[in-house]
Design a protein around this ligand. Structure first.
Ligand code: FAD
Length: 287
């Protein structure tokens, strides 16, 4: 089913989960057991990230998204990046998705890689959105950044660019992770003013270990509220307590988001079924 249809068919909060293919040299089967457990909670959909590691790696996105949809019977979304791809490569991927019954794509620009010349067939995610809509019968989603994309001049430029992505065909948006809900609510206001009226999901990452925090902040620049930093500092050397505190923090964020009527919550689950299940059990009656 197309994700836009799922949003249209319901007025409750959508709950989705993001997973990634296994690290290089790990067999693909290593994620299947975890995936089966995540699918038990029947999220509205599961999205599968798209690596920058070449055709073999990228093919795993399709393989895993296909398994989720065709075997575990949960709707899937395949991520697809374009900055380092030719049109021919994107055509090959779209064909691959179509042949595997995948109907939903998260269209992304992707990041520039050191030492790799961008292909320049697509400059922005909006170019890819338009191309996918022209090429096939796919539902297209896009990424958005409550704390502004790291390369954007300012929030006005970023929101106007986001509007271009929606005008190019993005039917729903998934946000970068954030730890301060008020940042997301301000972003929703800016989106409304810019005339963006597609559903927007809030990206939530339960932080369950110390390495994750440093990695996340350096990668996506999410700001850390004092309340969050205090919790993390207090339990940084107590792994079990840190995990409990990270889950509790994420649950509190999600409860507040649902109470404020957000369209959906997208959980950056780091392939961890235990964390997904604990969070889902705490909030499922609120959805
Ligand atoms: P764009 O929407 O193209 O935006 C990139 C920058 O260009 C922004 O600063 C924007 O303001 C500007 N811009 C956009 N359109 C225009 C325009 N028409 N004219 C001028 N400027 C413009 N990366 C991966 O490699 N694999 C993944 O699977 C993956 N999944 C992700 C999932 C989510 C939910 C999110 C939030 C991010 C994900 N990323 C992934 C990271 C993403 O690839 C990077 O954040 C990347 O830097 C930007 O991608 P984008 O699609 O948001 O780009």
């Amino acid at each position: 089913m197309k994700i836009s249809q799922i949003f249209k068919n319901t007025d409750r909060t959508i709950f989705s989960v993001e997973i990634f293919p296994p690290k290089k040299y790990s067999p693909i089967e290593s994620v299947y057991n975890k995936l089966e457990e995540i699918c038990e909670i029947k999220p509205d959909f599961i999205s599968v990230t798209y690596g920058a590691g070449g055709k073999g790696d990228q093919n795993q996105t399709c393989e895993i998204a296909s398994k989720i949809k065709n075997e575990f019977k949960v709707e899937s979304v395949a991520h697809l990046t374009c900055i380092n791809s030719t049109k021919e490569h994107i055509d090959w991927q779209l064909e691959n998705f179509k042949n595997n019954n995948i109907e939903n794509i998260l269209a992304l620009r992707g990041d520039y890689m050191n030492g790799v010349e961008p292909k320049n067939d697509f400059l922005y995610a909006s170019d890819l959105c338009a191309y996918i809509k022209e090429k096939g019968n796919f539902d297209v989603a896009g990424a958005c950044y409550p704390e502004v994309h790291i390369q954007a001049k300012d929030e006005v430029e970023d929101i106007l660019n986001l509007k271009k992505k929606v005008d190019a065909g993005a039917e729903h948006l998934i946000s970068q992770l954030f730890f301060d809900n008020s940042v997301f609510y301000r972003f929703l206001e800016r989106s409304k003013i810019a005339g963006i009226n597609v559903p927007i999901e809030a990206g939530i990452m339960p932080v369950t270990n110390k390495n994750q925090i440093e990695k996340m902040v350096s990668m996506c620049g999410a700001s850390l509220p004092a309340k969050f930093s205090k919790i993390m500092q207090k339990y940084e050397n107590k792994p079990e307590a840190l995990c409990d505190a990270g889950i509790a923090y994420a649950v509190e964020q999600i409860v507040d988001l649902i109470a404020n009527g957000v369209d959906g919550v997208h959980l950056y689950a780091m392939n961890n079924p235990y964390v997904v299940q604990r969070i889902f059990n705490s909030i499922s009656s609120l959805l």
